[in-house]
Write a protein that binds this ligand. Structure first.
Ligand code: GDP
Ligand code: MG
Length: 441
């Protein structure tokens, strides 16, 4: 990692916004870090470019260098991209018996992961699971699953010599229904590389089982190949999620980013060893830190930001006490709310606001709305933010369309601002700023 970024020795901190040069310099290092972590080249390139557009113009936190700030922005974006939507570690397995299809190349860890996952479903969710091996290619592959089944106390479909994958899938389906299983897992055969026969076989099994989840098992240590594998499986079979194995190894796990970029599907679990317990819910924060390998810098910037936020909150309290509350203040409040788990929880913390909190909830005020409201404030000019009285019809139209929203939504925001401003004024007069401050901590 270059000294430019390490920053500890860099006394030249600078205030203001990130310029093109700052961002480019830092991103060159980031790009190298991503490639070292085995992120595929096109994915690394696209990612860096997206961050470049995002980072330029963002402000630099006090006592942090531009390079450090960029690293933090990269980190956050990485977490964001890795996380995607939906809850990691959760599978769609209602409507028993729910089929789960496991696909991937040979040696990626399908069989091991099938058993690990079965154990997890059994132990954590109390599911009755049936496992079936469809691997008729590799000698002893079926016995491998059977042995694991005995070890973890999960049933496996009895082995019938000479039976073909589609027939096994049908039998598993029937057995799962008859035996009252919640879930049945189909562990397919893999090849050393993608081939047509493999894809046709897996597609035929998919058509029989109609799986609720199709999990692609990928070796987290592979780099460029992983992308190709994922593209192919997703195009031919259609996957619903990814499991990254061998994340206990020395690799930095760049395949995670490649998987997200190429398939857009969630990474559900990571394999962290050969043992049956070594399967964990995918944690974007953790993997992002590992891919980037710049944890110290990220922590440093986070600390600086916390300090700054505390100072900001202090300043804001002083303004409230004087009865000042403009759109910038509102935006800051909204951002705080976002961080603290939404409007309702914040309101709930403020004395005397329980009722309002309920109204807010009844009005359908959720966290998506908070994000939209922040966007609305962002699309106002400096003057408008400082003086919301300026917000007349033509300006409203511009602001709403700037945020890609309706004027009606902006009107709601303005109304809310007015109510909050009134409230702040009252509180300021009562000299009870302390209580608000309490709630903001
Ligand atoms: P399959 O061919 O896709 O079914 O792969 P297997 O499940 O048979 O796994 C191949 C090898 O990788 C076995 O020796 C496993 O123990 C090992 N393996 C699977 N997952 C992990 C993991 O997360 N970490 C480590 N270190 N080894 C793993
Ligand atoms: Mg196998």
């Amino acid at each position: 990692l270059s000294e430019r970024l390490s920053g500890v020795f860099d006394r030249l901190t600078k205030q203001g916004a990130l310029n093109d040069e700052d961002v480019k310099t830092a991103l060159r290092e980031v790009r190298v870090a991503l490639l070292e972590a085995d992120v595929s080249l096109p994915v690394a390139r696209d990612f860096v470019k997206a961050v470049q557009d995002k980072a330029t113009g963002q402000s630099v936190t006090k006592s942090v260098t531009p390079g450090q700030q960029v690293v933090k922005i990269v980190h956050d974006e990485l977490v964001h991209v890795l996380a995607g939507e939906g809850e990691p570690g959760k599978l769609k397995i209602d409507n028993a018996p729910a089929p789960i299809l496991m696909v991937g190349l040979q040696g990626s860890g399908k069989t091991t992961t099938t058993a690990k996952l079965a154990k997890r479903l059994k132990e954590r969710e109390g599911k009755k699971v049936l496992m079936a091996s469809l691997d008729v290619n590799r000698p002893a592959a079926m016995e491998q699953l059977q042995i694991l089944g005995v070890q973890i106390g999960v049933d496996t479909l009895p082995i019938v010599k000479g039976e073909q994958p589609v027939a096994i899938a049908k039998r598993a389906k029937m057995q799962a229904a008859l035996g009252g299983y919640d879930v049945y897992m189909l562990d397919t055969a893999g090849r050393l590389s993608i081939d047509e026969e493999l894809m046709q076989q897996v597609a035929a099994v998919r058509d029989v089982a109609n799986p609720r989840e199709t999990l692609l098992v990928v070796d987290g240590l592979t780099g460029q190949d992983a992308v190709h594998t994922a593209e192919n499986f997703d195009a031919r079979i259609g996957i619903t999620g990814v499991v990254l194995t061998r994340m206990d190894g020395d690799g930095r796990g760049g395949a995670a980013l490649s998987m997200r970029a190429v398939t857009g599907k969630p990474i559900k679990f990571v394999g962290l060893g050969e043992k049956m317990d070594a399967l964990e819910t995918f944690e974007p924060e953790r993997v992002a830190g590992r891919i980037l390998g710049m944890g110290d810098i990220v922590a440093l910037v986070e600390r600086a930001q916390e300090t700054m936020e505390a100072e900001q909150a202090e300043r804001m309290m002083k303004r409230f006490q004087k009865g000042q509350f403009n759109m910038n203040d509102l935006k800051m409040q909204l951002e705080q709310m976002q961080k603290m788990g939404g409007m309702e929880s914040v309101m709930g913390m403020m004395p005397g606001m329980g009722k309002m909190s309920k109204q807010v909830k009844d009005a359908g005020f959720d966290d998506k709305i908070i994000a939209r409201q922040i966007a609305l404030v962002q699309s106002m000019t400096k003057k408008e933010r400082a003086n919301p009285a300026l917000l007349q019809a033509s300006r409203k139209k511009r602001i709403a369309s700037g945020a890609g929203l309706e004027v009606s939504e902006l009107n709601k925001l303005i109304k809310m601002h007015r109510q909050m401003a009134d409230m702040m004024k009252k509180m300021g007069k009562m000299g009870k700023g302390g209580m608000l401050k309490q709630a903001m901590k």
